[in-house]
Design a protein around this ligand. Sequence first.
Ligand code: DGL
Length: 291
Amino acid sequence: MFLNDQHQTEQKNWRNRFIKIDRDAPIGVFDSGVGGLTVAREIMRNLPSEKIVYFGDTARVPYGSKSKETIIRYSRQIIHFLREQQVKAIVIACNTASAFALDAVKDELDIPVLGVIEAGARVAAEETHNKRVGVIGTLGTVGSGIHEAFLKHLDPEITVIGKACPLFVPLVEEGWLHDPVTTEVASRYLQELKQQEIDTLILGCTHYPLIRSTIREVMGQNVRLVNPAYETALQLKALLAELDISSSGTGEEEFPYRFYVSDLADEFKDFANSILPYDVSMAKKIDIEKY
Ligand code: DGL
């Protein structure tokens, strides 16, 4: 009874923190580059009334080989910028930043913030039959062991096999999504995982769904590939509903989706247009070091 009361009080305090949020404000989404577009795409599909402000840190990509301190500093700068854009919630659409910075920033904020790791771990725990789950991601994400911690928490019998694939991000940023070089690199990285009899593989970097067909070709049809983007969008939808801050859906916006980057705005715009169900007319370069 006491525990229940305590839980209800905690829930109430948590909700009270977000009491003055404007439901028609946009959602802030960020990544080191184009990878987070795979999450933005699912938000567009599953929460069509929500507006988005996207930031891709194209000047400082990749994040995966940088230290935790650096990623926390970058994330704080980006969150500062997104707050200036009056966002009502933030999705860290980057596994590396979710692994390194989510815990550090979430208590500093008066708006809700979500990462992408929990959603992926949940799906994988539900999908695996033989309880052998692979995780591919950046050096930072795999080295953090965060997927393993979540999966073991959900089901202590699950064995987690991690493999860092640092060359995938530059290949995706280069646009080599269907290229023999990408297939060759994937074959080398994934060989080890193929011998481990995993039945489920988490795409633990938001860039990787963009080379999903190559990963599928190498891993074969019997391994389930988990893309956390869809589940993250659903988690966001549930969170907005719970806090009663879902968009009212009223009012036509000329630009419901706005895109900002720290470098190479035109290249980013072209890439975004090739994968989003939306015509991106502009991406704006900003000086993120000012924040
Ligand atoms: N897309 C990011 C992730 O999910 C970051 C990749 C990188 O910049 O290294 O980890």
